[in-house]
Structures are given as C-alpha cells and as structure tokens.
Design a protein around this ligand. Structure first.
Ligand code: IMP
Length: 431
C-alpha cells in the first residue's frame, strides 16, 4: 500500500448525498478501520460492486471490505432496532458483521425521538425542515440537555429506574405538548433488551480502539454523514441536521485528539442537490432538473422523495472548504452531466443589488440570493468508461479545471458511475 496518510476524513461538502458511501468504500479497500463519527440512520450511503447495490444507514460504509474494522463512534446517535435490522440485511447479503463495533458512549435513539421529530415537523407548519423523521434532532437535544441514554447505561444496576423516568418524561412531552401517543415502559424495555442482546458483543470503548489503531500506524478512515451545508453550526440553519457533520467533529465523534487528523477530503457532486427545505440559490426547476434527477437517480435513499436539483454552487463550495477545513475535493457523478449542451457554475450571488462571494448567515437572505453564472459548453458524450483524466473530453476537463480554479482546491479524484471500478484517482497517494 502506497498511501502516505494514516488518517483521512471523508465528508460531504454540499447538502449530503454526494456519494460519500461510494468513496469511503473505495478508500476502505486500502484502510484498516472505518469510523462513523456523527449522525445516525438519517444517512443513506449507497455502495455498488459486482452488479449489486447495497445501502447502509448507520453501519460504516467499510463493512463490505472484510479486512476492515468498522466503528460506530461516540458522536453518533443509534437506533438499535434499525441497527439490528441493517446488520441482518448485511448478513443476508453474505457479509459478516463480526467486524462491526459500536461505541459504549453513543446515544440511543428511541421510538419517542422519532415521534417527537415528526410531531415537531407538523407543528412547524410552513417552516418545516423536511427531516428524515429518524429522531435525530430530539436525540441530540436530549444529549445536550442531559436527558439522553447511552449504550453504556444499559448494564448499570439502576438502569430500569433511569429508563422508567425517561419514558415518563418523554410521555409528558408527547401527550401534553403535542397530543401524541405515549409509550408503555415494559414494552420499551423488552424491545430495547432484545436489540441490545444482539449487539452486546459488538460494544466497545471505541475511542480506545481508534487510538490503538492510530498508535499502530494503521490507515484509519473517518466517514462523515450529511454535508457541511447541513452542519448544525455552519450550515443553513435552521434547515440543517443536528450534528457537526464537518471534519471538525471527526476527532470528538471518534474519541481521539484532533492532532491525529491528517487530511480531509470533501466529496462534491458535479452539480447541486438538496433533500429538505431551505435556501438553495442555484436550484433549477425545469427540463434540465428533471433530466439530471433521472440520470443521477436523485431520489432520497431513505424517503424516496425527489431531490431538488441545481447547478454547481462554487460560492457554497468555497464556504464549505473554509469552514470544513477541506484539503482536497473528490468530484462525483460527473457522468450525469453527459447529456448537457451547456453547464453553469455559480461564481457569486447577487443580494439586494450587491455582488457577494460568501454565504449569508440567515436563510431568508440566502433565499433571496440570485446566482451569478458562468456558462461552459458541455461535452455531450458518454464518459462512463473513462479511466483517466486525460481520456475525458476536453470540455469535461475544462469544467473540472474551472471549478478547481474558482474554489481554490485540487481534486484528489473523480467518478463517472456508481461502480467501484468507475472511480478515478488523480493523485497516487492511495494506489
Ligand atoms: P434530520 O437529519 O433527519 O434531522 O434532517 C435535517 C435535514 O438534513 C433535512 O433537510 C434532511 O433532508 C437533511 N438530511 C439528513 N440526512 C441526510 C442525508 O443523509 N442526505 C441528505 N440530506 C440529509
């Protein structure tokens, strides 16, 4: 293995769904460990190889590489029912999950978190966020307000009392605030223990495990979920997820010190998509959007909802590179643009008659931003069999080069299709 990097973070640099799963799986072929550090089963990472398509939501995307240890870190939130179901599916596909490890410090998503998530969405009316209703926000809120339950709590002698108080507390919120359905303690406990017994042997002190791997000079890959523009601090608040999904959280969410992070790769789609609500200056709603959506299979991997489509937003990308500490980009789904006559790149926004080159803080302002475009000719040919940058049509090369120039970051590689084989590295470090 030629790679010089012992720790690499892979994050989404847009609004999620950039193809992180595919790229993580690709790098995982060379890695010893893959660690998920944030989010929960709101993610939907698709991995394709050997003609089969696999989806993981909370299990790290390295699971299909048998030599890799896959760690669900302390910074994640875990729905044990969904984790057990996902493990079962992976096993049914002939893949072993004994190399899957779950942090004892991860917080548990309970059914009430999912119900509160849905009830809060209903109560937001026209300010709906468009969450995945996987209970992510309410679970992270409980973590911050110290009402959360962690996996390590389950073995404690007073656990039943703690859980009972927790059920009562959430039942009050659900019935008194939202008129929702309360939970029965005995049922909650029985379900939790059924799931816990399945994963019991996979639970570890993940921080220690990751630190040991780093100490032994193993190649550790940190897998982000969602994208920098959905980050709780730096994203388009309040239309964001509830975790720090940029690389800044890779160390905290994996339980190691930030000094161990050596390189951050931002996965960037060749155009823009967004699932939920919130500002999206380059959104297009026409035939082009329809064509890109169909060619890119741009439907939510969890919800099946059509994703919003837009032109590549270089303003948002520069912002993501800055706040997310992204060193290099990896461009995905370039082949989706094969049919386009011309392709636009947004180089600035116009807001209240002024030209601005960064993202405004408030989403209302972002919604009022008009994109300033540079238009490039398309390549109008099939690039799915290309195996190097030099083989790309000149207009595709120009498109990548122009993005590189505007955003000021190099490409580590690009991909021209969903299969592992359609991933092309531009730099030799990982070959
Ligand atoms: P939540 O994470 O379910 O609370 O959803 C908050 C926002 O993040 C919504 O706009 C979701 O559509 C978006 N989101 C959450 N997970 C993903 C993902 O994996 N891909 C794309 N968008 C996501």
């Amino acid at each position: 293995m030629k790679n010089n990097f012992k720790s690499l973070v892979v994050v989404g640099s847009q609004w999620g769904d950039e193809g992180k799963g595919k790229i993580t799986d690709y790098f995982a072929q060379k890695a010893e460990m893959v660690v998920r550090f944030a989010g929960g089963d709101n993610a939907g990472h698709m991995i394709e190889f050997g003609g089969a398509r696999h989806k993981v939501t909370i299990v790290p995307s390295g699971i299909f590489n048998r030599h890799v240890k896959n760690v669900i870190g302390n910074g994640t939130v875990v729905n044990l029912t969904n984790l057990v179901a996902e493990m079962k599916k992976i096993n049914e596909a002939g893949v072993d999950t004994s190399n899957l490890f779950v942090s004892d410090r991860a917080h548990i998503i309970f059914d009430w978190h999912c119900q509160i998530d849905a009830l809060q969405e209903e109560s937001r009316k026209e300010r709906i966020i468009g969450t995945t209703k996987r209970g992510i926000g309410p679970t992270y809120a409980d973590k911050a307000s110290r009402y959360g339950i962690r996996i390590c709590d389950i073995e404690q002698p007073e656990f039943k009392d703690i859980l009972k108080e927790n059920v009562d507390y959430h039942n009050q919120i659900i019935t008194q605030l939202y008129n929702g359905t309360p939970y029965v303690f005995e049922e909650v406990y029985a379900k939790l223990m059924d799931n816990y017994n399945v994963i019991k042997n996979n639970i570890v002190d993940s921080g220690e495990m990751v630190a040991e791997a780093i100490e032994e000079n193993q190649f550790v890959l940190f897998e982000g979920a969602q994208g920098v523009l959905l980050d709780i601090d730096h994203g388009t608040y309040p239309y964001v997820t509830s975790s720090t999904c940029s690389a800044n959280n890779a160390s905290t969410g994996a339980g190691i010190h930030a000094k161990h992070i050596q390189k951050v790769v931002g996965i960037a789609k060749a155009y823009q998509t967004r699932v939920g609500f919130g500002g999206m200056p380059t959104e297009i709603i026409d035939e082009t959007a329809h064509r890109i959506r169909e060619r890119g299979r741009e439907y939510g991997s969890n919800s099946g909802k059509p994703r919003r489509i837009g032109y590549f937003d270089a303003v948002a990308m520069k912002y993501a590179i800055r706040v997310g500490g992204i060193d290099e980009l990896f461009l995905t789904l370039l082949d989706v643009l094969d049919t386009e006559k011309e392709i636009k790149i947004c180089t600035a926004y116009e807001l209240d008659g002024k030209c601005i080159k960064t993202m405004p803080a408030n989403d209302n302002d972002l919604k009022r931003c008009k994109p300033v475009y540079e238009t490039l000719p398309g390549w109008e040919q099939d690039i799915t069999k290309v195996t190097s940058f030099a083989e790309l049509p000149i207009n595709a090369q120009n498109y990548m080069n122009r993005i590189k120039e505007i955003v000021g970051a190099e490409f580590l590689g690009f991909s021209v299709g969903p299969d592992r084989k359609q991933t092309i590295m531009l730099k030799g470090e990982f070959e």
